[in-house]
Design a protein around this ligand. Structure first.
Ligand code: FEO
Length: 396
């Protein structure tokens, strides 16, 4: 399938309705995804990015229906990750001499992935490629957004920013444009994408957006490599990114717990009661991490001003889901969030100090020494939990 998006630009990507995990099993994609590739036909013909390798044959077939492959003058590889470069080996068998424009890191990454000596042309920010009488492509390096090779390509005349992963969403849909899809779904997926993939690079997001805005280029569309093309008020997602990159938080507290025989769950619920009693305005959400999607939980933590992490003690340690989410929190590098730990235990009770240690390693501000309870909580113990919740609000 291909879709004409302007007189000169055609979408030639692949919608992956089936995808349920991305980056191996690391990122859940409840709504599938798409790998957006674009064919520009001006005096020169340019292909921007390709698709993931399992769809390479279908991709090349689609391209052949659009154009004689020998008419392609240039390929632009905005990013070497396999979901965008995966069809290059098959394509390059057919057009081996066509130059591939990418950053110097892009050359290294593409060579390291495919071990081919293709006709690479290195570009850097401000380099231009003439594609017609009135139109050119301008390259903008976007290092570490989110890989060292990431790059944006701007097309003059049509005023399209091909942003690759930035501003994208893992969101399969048949409509292609932001104004034609369910806005709640769109923003849920855009936020999840930012929270899980881009948060570690937030300072770079802010500086890169300011740099691009400084070029004063008109933007009619932001053509991402996943999900929708932003054509209706395209700068809305830029504004959102600036907001999200600025240590975003809502008036929300998220309680993430893991429990063996429900004692820690009952603690979590009593703490939540105490919080809600003390602060009627704050949104409180609870997740049993053992039963929840970890990327969705990370998205909720991204939105939160504070988090409570609770876990039973098992084998002098914490349970596997809690260990995993603490690892993710550390890797993502949330800033300006406050936290506390709690948990039930039977005899040794290591979970609370271990959670606190994990939070401190993640550079999250821990508010106190946490709350430990022996075996199942009785009425007094549950009251202690509620009081702990009330005091937690006071400490924020
Ligand atoms: Fe969509 Fe970084 O690849």
């Amino acid at each position: 399938m291909s879709v004409k998006i302007t007189d000169k630009v055609t979408w030639v990507g692949k919608i992956d309705w089936e995808l349920r995990t991305f980056h191996g099993e690391e990122y859940s994609t409840h709504r599938g995804s798409s790998y957006n590739s674009y064919l520009i036909r001006d005096e020169k013909t340019v292909l921007i990015d390709t698709v993931w390798e399992p769809f390479a044959e279908e991709f090349v077939e689609t391209l052949k229906k659009e154009i004689d492959l020998s008419e392609i003058d240039y390929i632009v590889a905005n990013h070497g990750e396999v979901d965008h470069s995966g069809a290059l080996p098959l394509l390059m068998k057919e057009i081996p001499d066509v130059p591939i424009y990418c950053t110097s890191n892009g050359v290294k990454i593409l060579k390291a992935h495919y071990h081919q000596d293709w006709n690479f042309v290195e570009v850097k920010t401000g380099d231009e490629l003439e594609i017609g009488k009135d139109n050119k492509l301008i390259f903008i390096e976007a290092r570490m957004l989110h890989w060292p090779d990431s790059m944006f390509t701007y097309m003059t005349g049509e005023n399209i920013l091909f942003s690759n992963d930035a501003f994208g969403q893992h969101y399969a849909n048949s409509k292609l444009f932001n104004d034609l899809v369910d806005q709640a779904e769109l923003y849920q997926e855009a936020l999840k994408y930012y929270a899980n993939i881009l948060t570690p690079f937030s300072p770079l997001v802010t500086s890169k957006i300011k740099e691009v805005l400084g070029f004063n280029l008109p933007v009619n569309m932001i053509a991402t490599s996943h999900g929708v093309i932003w054509r209706d008020n395209p700068t809305q997602i830029i504004e959102k990114y600036l907001e999200w990159a600025d240590d975003y938080q809502e008036n929300q507290i998220t309680i993430v717990y893991e429990t063996m025989w429900n004692a820690t769950r009952r603690m979590a619920e009593a703490i939540a009661d105490g919080i809600m009693e003390k602060d009627k305005n704050v949104t409180v959400k609870l997740f049993n991490i053992g039963k929840s999607d970890k990327n969705d939980v990370i998205t909720e933590l991204f939105k939160s001003k504070a988090m409570l992490i609770g876990c039973s003690t098992v084998n002098k340690s914490i349970m596997s889901g809690t260990a995993a989410v603490l690892g993710m929190i550390k890797g993502i590098g949330f800033k300006k969030k406050k936290a506390a730990a709690f948990g039930s235990y039977g005899w040794s009770g290591e979970s609370v100090p271990m959670i606190i240690e994990g939070l401190k390693e993640a550079k999250i501000e821990v508010m106190d020494e946490g709350l430990k309870l022996l075996w199942q909580p009785d009425c007094d113990a549950l009251e202690k939990c509620k009081e702990y919740g009330r005091r937690f609000i006071d400490k924020l």
